[in-house]
Design a binder for this molecule. Structure first.
Ligand code: GUN
Length: 287
């Protein structure tokens, strides 16, 4: 069996088109242009690439993009002052502080200083609590994009066994909440899980979000399972610098029913969902 390849790039393009339509209507009918502010502290090369890509796509769908690049040694007080200004700025509907932050900055404090209504990452403790209790919230972009692909492929996820590998606040935990919300039976596995291979073999849905290149081999995957690979890892292979996921794609695609590739799977969906969350924040602020 060879898996269906879930094309996140194409799916993300359809979401961006819908977002662009919403943005055009907001402008025409209400004179409002949604705005997204992205804050980058320091010069982490991967973060710089993500921030550039977010800014470009924000402008492409017709929204305003505000980029704030701060020195690596920016003080916590200065960063909090910037966030306070953005919280009060009516032209800014979404605020994203790119993670990870330099070590001297308290990530929880910084995230929780963002107005929950503008927290398009869904990382603020209020949004985490709302999601965990099944209430309307901002939903983290990577899990949201992953869920959209799963729903698109399966229709209903009700009753399916889902295993999320990874327990991060950004992906693993919110992913598990979303799958639970769609009535899956959810297991959160991690580096200390015993018999991880056996746990994964029981899953109809595998979401791999551990950040370890090609850690999940094909023989851990149940025949016909759906595999969502959240990993984006740079490795050297045959003298070349290549991007690989947390799943060994070559062996997994021979057993899975459907699988997301890296690149071109979850990655593009994350940014598309960020744009969609910004429009949602804008609409809610004008309700
Ligand atoms: N760093 C890696 N992923 C993310 C994300 O989804 N949001 C933010 N703010 N930083 C990240």
């Amino acid at each position: 069996m060879t898996a269906k390849i879930i094309d996140g790039k194409a799916f993300a393009a359809t979401i961006r088109e819908k977002v662009a339509g919403h943005v055009a209507r907001l402008k025409e009918e209400h004179g409002i242009t949604p705005g997204l502010a992205v804050v980058l502290v320091g010069e982490d090369p991967a973060s710089q690439v993500y921030v550039r890509s977010k800014g470009k796509q924000t402008v492409e769908v017709g929204m305003n993009s505000f980029e704030h690049k701060l020195d690596a040694d920016t003080s916590e007080a200065d960063l909090l002052a910037l966030i306070d200004t953005l919280n009060k700025d009516d032209s800014v509907h979404g605020i994203l502080v790119q993670l990870p932050l330099p070590k001297h900055l308290d990530e929880d404090l910084v995230i929780n200083s963002i107005s929950p209504e503008k927290d398009v990452d869904g990382f603020h403790i209020s949004n985490v609590g709302l999601l965990g209790t099944g209430q309307k919230s901002m939903v983290p972009c990577t899990p949201l994009g992953s869920l959209m692909m799963l729903r698109d492929h399966h229709g209903s996820l009700s009753g399916m066994n889902a295993v999320v590998i990874g327990r991060s606040n950004i992906v693993g935990k919110p992913m598990a909440q979303l799958l639970l919300g769609d009535s899956c039976t959810v297991t959160i596995a991690h580096s200390r899980t015993k018999d991880l291979a056996e746990v994964v073999r029981r899953a109809d849905i595998v979401v791999a979000a551990v950040g370890r290149p090609e850690m999940v081999p094909g023989d851990w995957i149940k025949e016909g399972a759906t595999v969502i690979d959240v990993g984006i890892n740079r490795i050297e292979r045959d003298g070349k610098n290549v991007l690989v996921g947390d799943v060994d794609f070559a062996s997994a695609k021979e057993v899975a029913g459907a699988i997301t590739p890296v690149p071109g799977g979850v990655g593009p969906m994350t940014i598309a969902c960020l744009l969609a969350n910004t429009v949602t924040a804008c609409c809610r602020s004008n309700d």
